[in-house]
Structures are given as C-alpha cells and as structure tokens.
Design a protein around this ligand. Structure first.
Ligand code: DGL
Length: 261
C-alpha cells in the first residue's frame, strides 16, 4: 500500500534530524528513512556540481528504500532543487520554499537569513521571497564553519558560540531584523545561543514550515500512514555516535536503528 511507504529525508549530516523532529510531532505514525552524508559534510563549502552529484547519490539510495516522497532537509542542497527536483517518480520537497512563503505571509519588512556561505551566495531565499513580495528586504549572513562545528559531534560550545556571536553581530550591524531564518538545518540545534545574541528576535526554523507542507501533501493524496508500529531507519556515511547524542537531545521518541553505509 502506497501510504505504508516511508518518508525519505536527506541531509549533508545530522542537521536533518531537526526536520525529523518536526515530522514526528506532526505525523507520529510515519516511517522515516534518513540519509546523512557526514563523510562529505560540509556541503556548504563545495561547488554546485559537487553538491548535485552527491545529492543524486543520496536520492538513488532513498529510491531503493521505496519512499513515497523525499524531503530535502538541507538548505544548501535545496538551493539547487531546480537541478534534480523533477527527475524522479516521487515528489521532492525542498526546505527553502515553505520558509520563504511563511515570511511572505507574515508580511515582515525585513528578514535576516543565517546560513552556509553557499546558501547565502545562491540568493535563493531572496529570490523566493522577492518573487512574491519585492518590498521585503532580505539580509544574508553566511558561516563557513558553524555547520561542521555542530556536525562533528564534539559540541565544542566555546567555538560554536564564538561563531554565532560573530555572525549575529555582522548581521545586526547591517539590519534591524526582528525575524531571522535559521537557514541551515544544523542551526536550530543551538537556537538558545542565537537567542543570547539576538534577544527578542523571532528565530524561524524552516523545518516546521516544511513539515507542515509535507503533511498537507500526504493528507491531500491519502498518503498518511496509520501504522502505529513504525520506526526510523537512519543511515550515515560517517559515524553513528553524533546521531545517538542528537536523537536524545531532540527527544525523538520513535524507535530507531542507525547504520553506517
Ligand atoms: N545541512 C546544511 C544546510 O542546511 C548545512 C551543512 C553543510 O554545509 O553541509 O544548509
């Protein structure tokens, strides 16, 4: 049965678990198969061709697991969705489009985007927001290091905080945004540190909007799973320990199995 198929989730590393958390909250009966390419993370410092090639390998892997849809949790990979998003028989959901729509619906005057340098340089958030409302000023600020500092699993909080402080100061020097998109899957994991350097700011986690969009697609197409005996199968090209740590930190309740591939 089509609705018993899994939701495929891909990311360059562990960050996509922030999407898994939102999917679990909204659709607790779904099976998820996750792939994180930790060996090749960070994607944000790679070329576009490189990212597309690595992404297609991950989608092929998910295709073999018989998924009903694929969710691209990674903002960096989503900024290139036009280069692979229509090549498969199942729909592929990026993360940038739903978060951009949310900002447009909120009718904000200006919005900050903290993300990898690749995502910021792609101007994908600017394009998708300004396509719908040219009056919203979008200010990007990219980090070369933050995603890998979180992905490596050592959680060097001093180095993480230093990087967050630097980029928050840079961003807030250029704008007075009251709304900032955490435009990298890894960033909501350390949201409290962003809040420390931006008190009163509304930090937007794009994974929430993406999970809502996926739920409404599955509902509209009678594809929601009703099986309570489900589990999450997690595959990584790196080591499993960061996943174990983060699944606990995010308080993910569903039974899971993690394998290195
Ligand atoms: N997960 C990626 C994102 O959301 C960032 C990590 C990376 O650079 O690989 O943009």
């Amino acid at each position: 049965m089509e609705n018993r198929k899994k939701i495929g989730v891909l990311d360059s590393g562990v960050g996509g678990l922030t999407l898994v958390k939102e999917l679990e909250k909204l659709m607790p009966n779904e099976d998820i198969v996750y792939i994180g390419d930790n060996k090749n993370c960070p994607y944000g410092n790679r070329t576009a061709d490189d990212i597309v090639g690595l992404t297609k390998n991950m989608i092929e892997f998910l295709k073999e697991q018989e998924v009903k849809i694929v969710a691209v949790a990674c903002n960096t990979i989503s900024s290139l969705i036009d280069r692979y998003g229509n090549d498969y028989e199942f729909p592929i959901f990026g993360i940038i489009d739903p978060a951009s729509q949310y900002v447009v619906d909120k009718e904000v005057k200006e919005v900050g985007v903290l993300a990898t340098e690749f995502t910021v340089n792609s101007k994908c958030y600017n394009r998708l927001i300004n396509e719908k409302n040219t009056d919203i000023a979008v200010y990007g600020e990219g980090s070369r290091n933050l995603a890998s500092l979180i992905d490596c699993g050592e959680f060097d909080m001093e180095a993480i905080e230093e990087d967050i402080k630097l980029h928050m100061v840079n961003l807030l020097e250029r704008c007075d945004a009251k709304n900032i998109i955490l435009g990298c899957t890894h960033y909501p994991i350390v949201q409290d540190l962003f809040e420390k350097y931006g008190p009163g700011i509304n930090f937007i986690n794009p994974a929430l909007q993406q999970a809502k969009k996926i739920k409404s697609y599955l509902e509209d197409n009678n594809l929601l799973n009703d099986n309570p005996n489900h589990c999450y199968n997690i595959y990584t090209s790196g080591t499993t320990d960061t996943y174990e740590k983060l699944l606990k930190v995010l308080n993910i309740q569903t039974p899971f199995d993690i394998k290195t591939i």
